[in-house]
Every structure is written in structure tokens, then in C-alpha cells.
Design a protein around this ligand. Structure first.
Ligand code: VGL
Ligand code: ZN
Length: 205
């Protein structure tokens, strides 16, 4: 059994959003074409309280891009984004949401960030995604979404370590690129960890 994992296809990661990823919205039509090919489609949703510790604005004299210690973990600071119930946290309006079987919110605890759809950044708590996929008999996962060098990367790496045969749909992701080659490096890191890098064109029926 295979599953499609849609990572953070939310307004704030698309052009015009608070943490806009260059060409982030270009992955949405690819997602919409792939969704009908899967019996099981899960979506992760970055879903922060308004005072989340990853927001630069909640720390004295801090700016986005700076790194702090947040409860023992290095934390890159971000603009305020994906606040629960806000427009920015909603899925992109053109995404085929009816095709989504189950949504997994993450980043809900203000004291710890969660890039992966499976665990928080300290691997302290599970979101329930791994247990859910296993209970549904999933052995293969196909990952796409935003952002390639953060949430997509950590979701894919955790998928491998949770024992799933993992495919990253490379043309259906875009990166933040705090450094210009972050996305390239993320692809290499995923590949070295056993993630299969594929193109959506190889999956279209
Ligand atoms: C993400 C930074 C902060 C992501 C989420 O979805 O990649 N990046 N929160
Ligand atoms: Zn976030």
C-alpha cells in the first residue's frame, strides 16, 4: 500500500505569504494531478500558536534568520507564519482538499518546532503519522510540498527511519534557500539517507 504525503501546502509558504517560498505555488497543480492516483493522501499542516518560540518577534531583539537556543535545541527564527486559524495557515485555495484523507497538524507546542510531519525537532513527541500509516498498511510513501530544505527534508528522512520505502517527487517541491544551495544539499542528504528522488512525470498515468 502506498500513500502520498503533502507537506505544508499552505498560503504562508506561497508567494505573498509570510514565509514565501520562491515558486511555492507551482507545486500545487502537480499535487492535484497526483492525488487521484492514491488511495491514501495525508497532509501535514504547520499550525502554530500566536506566541510560538520559532517566531523572531516573540524574542527580545531577535530577527528572522537568527539562531537561538529554544529549550536545548538550535532554532532558526522565522517571521510569524501559519498561526492557527489564520488565512496564512490555510491550505492553498487551489489545492484539491477533498482528496485529503487525514490532516496532521504540527508545531502546536510553543516550546518546540516541528519540521518533520512525523516528530517534533527533538523527537520528543510523535504526531501520530507513522502509527496511522502503519495501521493502514502503508509501506511506500511519496512526499511533495514545502519547503524542500526544511519540512520536506525532515519528513522524508523520518519516513526512511520509520521504515517506509520513501520517494521524493523532486519537481513538486521548492526550498527556502537561506543559503543559495540549501535545496541542492537537502536533495543530496535525502538521497544519501535512502530517499529515492523521482520526477512527477514518471508517475503520471
Ligand atoms: C517550514 C520553516 C518554518 C516548512 C515550517 O514548512 O518547511 N519552514 N516552519
Ligand atoms: Zn513553522
Amino acid at each position: 500500500m502506498k500513500a502520498l504525503i503533502l507537506v505544508d501546502l499552505q498560503n504562508d509558504f506561497c508567494p505573498g505569504g509570510a514565509l514565501a517560498v520562491h515558486e511555492g505555488d507551482q507545486v500545487i497543480p502537480i499535487a492535484n494531478r497526483l492525488i487521484p492516483q492514491f488511495e491514501l493522501v495525508v497532509a501535514t499542516q504547520d499550525w502554530h500558536p500566536a506566541n510560538h518560540g520559532s517566531f523572531a518577534a516573540v524574542h527580545y531583539m531577535k530577527r528572522p534568520g537568527m539562531v537561538i537556543d529554544l529549550n536545548g535545541l538550535d532554532q532558526v527564527l522565522w517571521p510569524i507564519h501559519c498561526v492557527q486559524e489564520s488565512f496564512g495557515a490555510e491550505f492553498h485555495p487551489t489545492l484539491n482538499q477533498a482528496g485529503i484523507t487525514k490532516i496532521f497538524p504540527k508545531g502546536t507546542d510553543k516550546g518546540i518546532d516541528s519540521y518533520s510531519g512525523f516528530f517534533d525537532n527533538g523527537k520528543r513527541k510523535s504526531t501520530g503519522l507513522s502509527e496511522y500509516l502503519k495501521s493502514e498498511g502503508v509501506t511506500q510513501v511519496f512526499v511533495l510540498g514545502l519547503a524542500a530544505d526544511f519540512c520536506v527534508k525532515f519528513t522524508s528522512l523520518d519516513a526512511v527511519s520509520e521504515g517506509f520505502e520513501t520517494y521524493l517527487i523532486q519537481d513538486a517541491t521548492r526550498g527556502v534557500n537561506l543559503n543559495p544551495d540549501d535545496t541542492e544539499n537537502a536533495f543530496r542528504e535525502m538521497n544519501e539517507a535512502g530517499v529515492n528522488l523521482i520526477s512527477s512525470s514518471s508517475m503520471l498515468v
